[in-house]
Design a protein around this ligand. Structure first.
Ligand SMILES: [Fe+2]
Ligand SMILES: [Fe+2]
Length: 320
């Protein structure tokens, strides 16, 4: 059997007791072997035995991609609505599934299946955040970022956090479900250029622009355009998502990049503010209080006063 026809799925996205709907395979030294048949669920003992053997991934047939997405929906639905599942457990499941999506689109940004997974994740995040008022805070409290050994995982986390903020802030402002969905997808994709960049360019994502040399700034400032280029001219992509990926680093005074826009739409402000806020926390290691303060100091004028006011009351209300 040809391994190219199979897709890896993270063990952390699988939940016991929920009908799979697709066959699961395990990787042996020279081949893939059927592990659980699709008309069964995965049992607790089998799941724990994989975890104890440090198996991180199983495989599904590429054609079963959609069934896997439906399975993730079912898992999230069950977890989100179960009063017996603790907030910590809910957060783990939601973050596990969302970070797996982020990893997929960083690895294969141009693929339709990645875009579909991002759409699914955006819709699911909106749904679980709406029905669990304290989830947003729990996501931001979840796991100290210093525990991350590799920078790639940190970027996947940044991608999910930005999407989460975009969605919740969009909800707070009363945007339409279509706008919120597009914000969530763009939030997941906004820094996708990172995935295909050389290691010395990847390092720049963890450095403040003020501390970069002029050459470094020049390279770093290309990332919104490179990110958009993976999805350009694909008929399955919402044009609003493309625009938001392209403008996520823009500010209101012409001091953003790549276009130096002088006036941002509401949606452009939402993604720019959300990406800025989480980059400061997750990639630059600042505290929430520091970033909050920056909106009244160095970021003053970069966004409309009214938007900053609303973002601050949203942050306070969410307990961030
Ligand atoms: Fe960015
Ligand atoms: Fe970012």
């Amino acid at each position: 059997m040809d391994k190219n026809e199979y897709l890896p799925v993270r063990i952390s996205t699988l939940k016991e007791g929920i009908l799979l709907g697709f066959d699961l395979y395990i990787e042996l030294p020279h081949r893939l072997l059927m592990f659980v048949r699709g008309d069964f669920d995965i049992e607790t003992e089998r799941l724990s035995s994989l975890k104890s053997k440090k198996v991180r991934k199983l495989y599904i047939k590429e054609d079963d991609e959609e069934k896997y997405q439906q399975y993730i929906d079912r898992c999230l639905e069950v977890v989100a609505n179960d009063p017996d599942v603790s907030l910590g457990e809910k957060t783990k499941v939601v973050m596990g599934a969302s970070e797996a999506t982020a990893e997929r689109l960083y690895d294969n940004p141009e693929k339709k299946a990645s875009y579909q997974a991002a759409t699914n994740t955006s819709i699911n995040l909106a749904k679980v955040l709406r029905s669990n008022g304290d989830l947003l805070k729990s996501i931001f409290d979840h796991g100290d970022t210093s525990e991350f050994k590799d920078k790639d995982s940190l970027m996947h986390r940044h991608s999910v956090n930005t999407a989460t903020l975009c969605i919740s802030f969009g909800e707070f402002l009363g945007l339409s479900p279509e706008e919120i969905e597009a914000l969530g997808i763009a939030g997941l994709y906004h820094d996708v250029a990172y995935g295909k960049s050389a290691p010395d360019i990847q390092k720049l994502y963890f450095k403040s622009v003020n501390e970069m040399s002029l050459d470094e700034q020049k390279v770093y400032k290309q990332h919104p355009e490179i990110g958009r280029s993976f999805l350009n001219e694909k008929n399955f992509v919402n044009p609003l998502v493309l625009e938001l990926i392209f403008s996520h680093e823009e500010k209101n005074q012409g001091n953003g990049f790549p276009s130096g826009l002088k006036s941002l739409s509401t949606l452009q402000e939402i993604i720019s503010i959300s990406a800025y806020y989480d980059r400061s926390l997750t990639c630059l290691g600042k505290t929430r209080a520091q970033v909050f303060e920056e909106f009244s100091t160095e970021q003053l004028g970069n966004y409309q006063l009214e938007s900053i006011k609303k973002f601050k009351s949203f942050i306070k209300k969410s307990g961030l």
